[in-house]
Write a protein that binds this ligand. Structure first.
Ligand SMILES: [Zn+2]
Length: 335
């Protein structure tokens, strides 16, 4: 049995022995913010399929107080966050939120926060990870030497696609957005791969009309910048424009004011004090990260999140607080 299978079996065993229930009690006062991205009708890599999402929502509704970011922040201000709180957040604004995730939220009577990048909704851009995925998918099979930065490394495709994707992503993440686009286009061009122009159907966003419908139906819409850059890689003025213009555009397009923000990519190195200050100045009342390196809720502009995915056991583990307890144990171990 490999390590992953063993881990999965241990998690199931813990569940059977009441481990989830115990963790839920021990971490009842610790809110958990879950982060999702893509949805699909049928199981598909990197997506949460409709049936899994439906089952997760039913599970979360049974064991937790499920809410969106605005509700959570309002309750926090009154020191009235209920025990077992889980906040649902979905990043980017892909069309599959509207077609798959939203009907299931409605069916369950639950809300969530959808963070959107405004130029993406305007169909002015493909998000850079989608450009990279397109290149990786369409590269010819065989042995290739590639890099976007630094010395090219050799890869045998298709077997080493995952390694290539991870390497190129790591090379691209720290760069400013304009440079990312330039390097991705230069990488794609020799192979005749197109990563500019209209956004392909597979990566299509929600429309503004759909966002208005979502808001009217009780889904919170939040900001996720204009162009989805790594904010810490951009110049001061650009950081402010990405955050403030996002808020202005969302408030101009949507009837209800937008107050929650989500840092693009959201790892600890991807946002900084400039981004936090710009969020505050723009009128956002909170901002979430994409990691839970720190567990504290003392800074409303640096709130930890846990990744959700299609796997019910993973989501139950995170929501019940098993991951939180594990991190706390690690921190105690360092003292
Ligand atoms: Zn994003």
């Amino acid at each position: 049995m490999n390590l992953r299978a063993l881990k999965s079996r241990l998690v199931r065993l813990a569940a059977a022995c009441g481990g989830y229930a115990l963790a839920r009690v021990l971490t009842a006062r610790q809110p958990k913010i879950l982060m999702y991205h893509r949805f699909s009708e049928q199981p598909e890599p990197g997506h949460v399929d409709r049936l899994s999402w439906r089952q997760q929502l039913a599970y979360l509704k049974r064991h937790h107080q499920v809410m969106n970011m605005a509700q959570f922040i309002a309750l926090r201000a009154r020191n009235a966050v209920p025990p077992h709180t889980v906040v649902l957040t979905i990043d980017d604004g892909y069309g599959d939120f509207y077609s798959v995730a939203f009907p299931e939220l409605q069916r369950a009577g639950l809300s969530a926060t959808l963070f959107v990048s405004t130029a993406f909704i305007d169909e002015q851009l493909w998000l850079w990870p989608d450009r990279l995925a397109t290149i990786i998918d369409q590269l010819p099979e065989g042995e290739l030497a590639l890099a976007v930065v630094g010395e090219p490394r050799r890869y045998r495709l298709p077997a080493e696609r995952p390694r290539l994707a991870a390497d190129l992503k790591a090379q691209l993440v720290p760069l400013a957005l304009a440079q990312k686009y330039q390097l991705l286009s230069a990488l794609a061009a020799p192979f005749g791969i197109v990563v500019e122009g209209p956004v392909p159907e597979a990566f299509a966003p929600c429309s503004w009309a759909q966002l208005r419908e979502l808001q009217a139906a009780g889904i919170e819409i939040g900001g996720h910048s204009v162009h989805h850059p790594i904010l810490s890689a951009e110049a001061d003025e650009q950081v402010r424009r990405e955050i403030i213009d996002c808020k202005l555009k969302l408030d101009a397009e949507l009837p209800q004011p937008v107050i929650s923000f989500c840092y693009p990519n959201g790892e600890a190195a991807d946002y900084d004090q400039r981004a936090k200050a710009a969020c505050r100045d723009a009128g956002f009342t909170s901002a979430v990260a994409a990691h839970h390196d720190h567990l504290g809720f003392d800074d409303n502009y640096d709130l930890p999140r846990y990744s959700g995915n299609h796997d019910m056991f993973h989501v139950a583990k995170v929501a019940s607080g098993i991951d939180y307890l594990g991190r706390r144990l690690m921190q105690w171990g360092k003292v």
